[in-house]
Ligand binder design. Structure first.
Ligand code: 4NP
Length: 143
């Protein structure tokens, strides 16, 4: 399974999902990217790194990159963190085919329909807890 997690900046939600999924599924190929070019080359956001660390997740060595059209061929499944990033990726795909596109929260237990952006909400613990729940569901679905 080749998975790409996508958010806006690639410094909070998607690198966290990448790091959690890497730990859960060493047998998968996993990466993350942002739909924006705002933080290319930067490490994840400090408070997000700290929250992840408190859950035993190391992500400080990751570096942000922007989503590219080549990703549709490189991955089997693209998981967007919210409806806006889902729509951005869907519009870029048009009829190119390739990777399937879903929301990460499709794999949550409850009826949550996005991973709220902690860059704005400042709820970094809630973010990683939700991501861990979704990755558990994802890993069970594609066991
Ligand atoms: P992310 O969060 O999409 O989860 O990485 C954000 C990080 C930075 C910004 C927005 C969202 N920003 O506006 O710089």
């Amino acid at each position: 399974m080749r998975l790409l997690f996508v958010c806006l900046g690639n410094i909070c939600r998607s690198p966290t999902a990448e790091a959690v999924a890497r730990q859960a599924r060493p047998d998968w190929t996993i990466d993350s990217a942002g739909t924006s070019d705002w933080h290319i080359g930067e490490p994840p956001y400090g408070p997000m790194i700290a929250a992840a660390k408190s859950h035993g997740i190391e992500m400080a060595d990751l570096r942000a990159r922007q989503f590219s059209l080549a990703d549709f061929k490189k991955f089997d499944l693209i998981l967007a963190m919210d409806a806006k990033n889902f729509a951005t990726i869907k519009a870029l795909r048009q009829d190119q085919g390739g990777a399937k596109l879903k929301l990460l929260t499709d794999f949550a237990e409850g009826s949550v329909n996005e991973v709220p952006d902690p860059y704005y909400t400042r709820d970094f613990q809630g973010c990683i807890t939700l991501i861990e729940e979704c990755i558990e569901g994802l890993s069970a679905t594609y066991a």
